[in-house]
Design a protein around this ligand. Sequence first.
Ligand code: HEM
Length: 363
Amino acid sequence: MSGSIVGLRGILAVLVFLFAGMVVTPAVQPLAQNATNVEGNSSQQEFWQKVRRGQTGNVSIPDTKAGQLIQSEGEEFRALRNGPVTVYGAQALIASILLLAVFFILRGRVRISHGPAGTRVERFNGIERFGHWLLAVSFIVLGLTGLNVLYGRYVLLPILGPDAFAFITYWGKYLHNHVAFAFMLGVVWVFVCWIKDNFPSRTDIRWFREGGGIIGSKHPPAKKFNAGQKIIFWLVFLAGVSISLTGISLLFPFQFPMFAKTFAFLNMFGFDLQTQLTPMQEMQYAQLWHTIVSVFMIVVIVAHIYIGSIGMEGAFDAMGSGEVDLNWAKEHHALWVEKLDREGTLHTVAEKATGETRAQPAE
Ligand code: HEM
C-alpha cells in the first residue's frame, strides 16, 4: 500500500516538474552565455533586457504591465524623488521665505511716495477678480496638500501622530485631486482676461534697467502690467499648463503618456533623450516633473503674494475691492493711467457712482 502511494507521488512529482518547466522555462530561466532558447534570446544580456522591458513571456491577465518582472528605473526614480527633489525643494522654499523676510526688514513696505490721493480708480473688474481668486485659492489648496504629500511625513507626522496625519493626508489627497479642476479653469480664465496686456513691449526694457523700482525709490513707467508682472503671468500660464497636463497623467494612470513624445520633439533641437519609455517610466517622469514645476511655482508665488499684500502699500486693493488709489496707479502704472486719460476712460469710482465728469488725475 505504502509502496503504491510512493509510486503515485513519484509520478505526480515528475508531472508537476515537467508542467512547471514548460510554463516557466521560456519566461524566467536565464540562459547560458551565447545559448539560444525557443524565443531566440541569444545572451544573458538580451534575456535580462527583456525581463526589464516586460517581454519575457505572454501575460494572460488584462494588466500586461505585470509581465515586467524588474523595473530598474523605479530605483532611480525613488532615489531622485526622495533625494535631490525633496532636499533641494525644501531648501528653495525655506531660502525664498528667508530672503523675503530679510528684504522686508531692510527695505520695509513700498509706500505710495506722494501719499494716497484719496480718489480711487477701477483696476480690475469683477470677472477679472473672480478668475484671480479662483486661481489663487485653488493654487494655495493644491500647494498645501501637495507639500503634505512631499514633506508631511517629515514635518507633520512627528507632531500629529499617525492617526491625525493619515486623516489629513487621506482627505488632502482627495481635495488635491478634485480642486485641480478649479485650478485648470482659473489658469484659462486669467489667461483669457489678461493675455492682451502681457505681450512684451519696449517699456519692459527700461523697467528691467531700473530694477523695477524695487531697489531705490524710482518708479519706472509701466503699462497695465509691468515687466515683472508679465513674467509672473507667463510663468503661471506655462507652468500651470505643464502642472495640469502631468496632473491629468497622474490622475488617470497609464492613459495619457506624454514624455516619450515630448522627448522625441526635444530631440529635434539637439537633445538626446530616451524615447522608448515603458508605461511605468512615463508615470515616473510625470510624477517628477509635476513635483519639480510645482515647487518652483510655489517659490515664485510666495514672492508674488508678498508683493501683493504686505510688501507694497495699496497693492492688495487691486484684487480686493478692484479699486486702487489714483496716486498708487500713477506711481506704479503711469502709462496705463495716461492711456485711460487719453481715451477718456479714467473715471474715478466716485464719478462713476454719481455719473459726473472725469476727475483730473492727481499730480
Ligand atoms: C493670497 C494670495 C494672493 C494675493 C494677495 C495676490 C495679490 C495679487 C494682486 C494685488 C494682484 C494685482 C497687482 C496689480 O494690481 O498690479 C495680483 C495679480 C496677479 N496674480 Fe495674484 N495674489 C495671490 C495669489 C495668486 C496666485 C496663487 C496666483 C497664481 C497661481 C496668482 C496669480 C496672479 C497673476 C497671474 C496676476 C497678474 C500678474 C501680476 O500682477 O503679477 N496670484 N495678485
